[in-house]
Design a protein around this ligand. Structure first.
Ligand code: FE2
Ligand code: FE2
Length: 504
């Protein structure tokens, strides 16, 4: 009989050790700190047959112990000074404490029981020691089930679990630190892009929110999702999309600033030069008229003088009007609006007109070749070369992102970002990819990027359009087969933009 009791006890011990081993495996695999802490306290309570268990982690910098307790569906953080109570004593001395009757121990803080209405009897509190001997936290078990207090064996088992838990917590904290470090790096990169091109401030963050919002809306939009019915992104793919969206325009740091922020066809300095040239021409005309007048007076024909002087003034006034009208026309052409067909002839005429250079006396055209080329841009404000330079930002982004040793779960970030200006028709850039080669996350980002570029109010070269108008423009693109029409339907019907704008 006695022997069988001993065997039972031994069997129980083997079971508990087996349980610790199982828990240890599960703990190592868990990277999420909240889930990990919950797992540890549940296992600890089971191993030592305690009514409840709590866990405190050491924050050496602040000299505190902290814990997370479940509050509804959320976890709330609580903090206590490191030298307080039983948990504090265990953390500072790095030795276990086993108290059969809490109310007889002066270290026990009865106020907590009064506050919670719980009655603490026995307490077993052990340090969670990492491999290097450092105390990572403490595990505290309350009220051993049954009448007896916690045994030496319980202490041994809880300490063993505490050691495993310490390793897992360190792992999860390290993982969290790496994530925070990377998150910080991404944020810093976004600051770099946006300080280069302040006109697109907030664009990266908004595109990320819209893209992730669309990814979240997709599985819920079963009827309108078309070919994407049933499709969804895993949490890792969602994170990939978020990073790709935050960094999609990073390559803009490789584009010359004056091209990037160009509002009109001529750069401000070029326009100043042109204004100066027209002023010179005007002064030359005035000078020429004055000379004519002097010559006339020297000729000594006073009877003809008044009419001829008036004729000179009239000619000068007409010339002034003509020059002003030319310059006004140049200013109109300089705006990035669509140029009418007839405009090119007039621009040619102005460009061909000549004046005498005050520097070398040679005849010079009113507009040089470069100016004529820029002013003749039919749509927008960029020349072909400048447009190509702006478009190169996508390749720069890809090159930059390819330098980062992404983890396995984030390895598609460079590819997703690389495709953000591709069109399903193959008319996008830089690779002219066709529909089958453009992945779902890239399509989500493309819609979000276009939508934000249209609705953002801070671009110098175009006015912000209202949300409904942006939808119409995108629907037109979808009709032409350029953007994914099913994703666009989800984007509009699920009000992804409305919800994203409400986010803090
Ligand atoms: Fe872009
Ligand atoms: Fe963009």
């Amino acid at each position: 009989m006695l022997q069988s009791a001993a065997v039972d006890k031994l069997q129980q011990r083997v079971d508990k050790l087996g349980h610790i081993l199982d828990v240890a495996k599960a703990l190592v695999a868990e990277r999420d700190l909240d889930r990990l802490l919950t797992m540890i306290v549940q296992s600890a309570a089971r191993v030592v047959e305690a009514d409840r268990c709590s866990l405190f982690l050491v924050d050496r910098e602040r000299g505190e112990l902290w814990s997370k307790v479940a509050q509804g569906v959320q976890m709330k953080e609580i903090r206590i000074p490191m030298d307080r109570g039983i948990a504090g004593a265990v953390a500072t001395t790095n030795t276990a404490v086993n108290i059969p009757d809490a109310y007889l121990d002066p270290r026990f803080n009865q106020a907590v029981d009064k506050q919670t209405g719980y009655h603490t009897r026995s307490i077993l509190c052990v340090p969670m020691r990492a491999v290097d001997g450092e105390t990572v936290g403490v595990l505290q078990a309350l009220n051993k089930k049954g009448e007896a207090p916690f045994s030496d064996e319980d202490e041994e088992l809880l300490s063993a679990l505490g050691g495993q838990a310490a390793a897992a917590v360190n792992n999860a904290l390290l993982h969290q630190e790496i994530e925070q470090l990377f998150e910080g790096f991404v944020r810093a990169s976004v600051v770099a892009i946006e300080s280069r091109d302040p006109t697109t401030a907030g664009h990266s963050g908004r595109v990320a929110r819209l893209s992730v919002g669309l990814a979240d809306a997709l599985p819920r939009a079963s009827s309108s999702a078309g070919i994407w019915r049933g499709a969804s992104l895993s949490s890792q793919e969602r994170q990939e999309l978020r990073y790709a969206a935050l960094l999609h325009d990073f390559g803009k740091v490789g584009v010359r600033e004056n091209v990037l922020v160009k509002a009109n066809k001529l750069e401000p300095l070029e326009l100043d030069g042109l204004r100066g040239r027209f002023e010179t021409i005007l002064m030359q005309e005035e000078l020429y008229s004055e000379r004519e007048k002097v010559k006339l007076l020297l000729e000594g024909r006073p009877d003809e003088a008044p009419q001829r002087l008036a004729a000179i003034d009239a000619r000068l006034a007409a010339r002034k009007l003509e020059l002003n009208s030319m310059f006004d026309f140049v200013l109109t052409c300089n705006k990035p609006t669509l140029l009418a067909e007839g405009s090119f002839g007039r621009l040619d005429e102005i460009a061909r007109a000549t004046f005498v250079s005050p520097f070398n006396g040679e005849a010079r055209p009113f507009l040089n070749e470069g100016e004529k080329l820029k002013l003749s841009i039919r749509k927008g404000s960029l020349t072909e070369d400048e447009r190509r330079e702006i478009e190169s930002h996508v390749t720069h982004t890809f090159r930059f992102l390819s330098q980062i040793p992404w983890t396995r779960t984030l390895r598609n970030v460079p590819d997703i970002a690389y495709g953000h200006h591709e069109k399903l028709t193959g008319r996008g850039y830089p690779r002219s990819l066709k529909e089958p080669d453009i992945a779902l996350p890239t399509r989500m980002m493309t819609i979000s990027d276009i939508f934000d570029a249209l609705t953002a109010s801070d671009r110098p070269y175009k006015r912000a359009v209202p949300r409904e108008k942006a939808y119409d423009i995108l629907l037109d693109e979808a009709k032409r087969g350029e953007v994914d029409k099913d994703l666009l339907t989800v984007f509009i019907e699920a009000d992804v933009a409305g919800k994203a704008s409400e986010e803090p």
